[in-house]
Write a protein that binds this ligand. Structure first.
Ligand code: ZN
Length: 359
């Protein structure tokens, strides 16, 4: 009996090892598309499996694929960046494996989107905090937008107008949990807000991961913020060709408010009205949105490649005419050849598709 159990444990250990190898090689594949570091990248070659306690490279665990890419840009090869959600998943619906729960709890530091975005990780993150893992919610660094209970935008007032050094005082994720005022978690659709988050993440890892070379991380942060500023300027120029009356967005769920806020688009509605993807709209909701789209002459429904677009197609069919469904990478990166292997690529691809659909 004892031997059999021990054998079973060996099999489990071997299986976990295979998982670890499988996982790290996919991370290598993902970072190979990055260009500047491929070939020499040490990232992903070894999972430390436990807190490093100052020995070897530290492990920074990141929840979403978008933030995993960004954190990799900031720390380079100085840390093991473990991204929990693979490219192409719906972050609202994601559940971690037992191994990933363990990775989160053993992290040197954990970086999350926050505001309830990673619904399936909330309990694990809470447990990691209780275990003493330093956790940073990227949204705590940005000027947040809020929603009411029905998922409608209230205003940018709650959490807005604060200077960078006051961040976190008004948009704590606890607010999102209280129900009355809900912080919209999708800040990453606005590159300027992403730049704020990047500065916040950079300060956090420098303060909490002793093994990092602060000057190097700060230099990389400066370069990446400059890349985000270039991206932002490029997108603003691109959208200039869309006439004002056509700067309207109908999306699969409420994901592009920050984007709309930044580039002067109007969010006419969403197939799934809330800030998550799990709710189902009623037939009356869809009817009302279809009427609104006809009245405003909206010609596209933007759906996320990672979520079901069935309802988006149903809506487009109900509106009729030449309304089409256009896929965007809105909350998860795509694979290596998708045109959305990195955050910068993803935003450019989305921008081009939006221009093609609305110009
Ligand atoms: Zn979402």
């Amino acid at each position: 009996m004892w031997n059999r159990r021990r054998h079973a444990l060996t099999v489990v250990a071997a299986f976990l090892l295979v998982l670890v190898i499988g996982c790290t090689s996919s991370r290598d594949t993902a970072s190979a598309g990055r260009g500047e570091e491929s070939g020499t990248s040490l990232r992903g070659e070894a999972v430390t499996g436990s807190r490093s306690n100052g020995v070897g490279r530290p492990t920074i665990v990141v929840t979403t694929s978008i933030l995993g890419d960004v954190v990799g840009e900031l720390v380079g090869d100085q840390a093991e960046v473990v991204t929990i959600m693979p490219a192409g998943v719906d972050p609202h619906e994601f559940s971690p494996s037992a191994k990933q729960v363990d990775q989160i709890r053993r992290a040197d530091v954990l970086i999350a989107n926050g505001a309830g975005f990673e619904a399936g990780l909330v309990d694990v993150i809470r447990a990691a905090r209780a275990d003493g893992v330093a956790v940073y919610d990227a949204i705590s660094a940005v000027e947040a937008l809020t929603l009411d209970d029905d998922g409608h935008r209230l205003s940018g007032e709650s959490g807005s107008g604060h200077e960078h050094d006051e961040r976190g005082t008004s948009v704590s994720p606890a607010v999102a949990d209280q129900g009355t005022t809900v912080v919209d978690p999708h800040f990453f659709t606005d590159p300027r807000r992403m730049a704020s988050a990047v500065r916040g993440i950079s300060d956090f890892v420098v303060a909490n991961v002793a093994q990092l070379d602060a000057a190097s991380v700060q230099a990389r942060t400066k370069a990446y913020v400059a890349a985000l500023e270039n991206l932002d300027a490029e997108l603003a120029t691109m959208f200039g060709v869309i006439p004002a009356e056509r700067r309207v967005l109908v999306t699969n769920h409420e994901v592009f408010r920050y984007f709309a806020d930044r580039y002067g688009f109007e969010v006419v509605g969403a197939v799934i009205p809330g800030g998550a993807t799990a709710d189902e709209p009623s037939a009356a909701d869809l009817d009302a949105l279809a009427r609104l789209m006809k009245a405003k002459n909206v010609r596209a429904v933007f759906a996320d490649v990672a979520s079901s677009d069935k309802l988006a197609h149903a809506l487009a069919a109900e509106v009729g005419g030449d309304v089409r469904v256009v896929e965007l990478f809105s909350e998860s990166l795509g694979g290596p050849a998708s045109g959305a292997a990195t955050y910068l690529e993803m935003m450019r691809t989305n921008g081009q598709r939006i221009v093609e659909a609305l110009r």
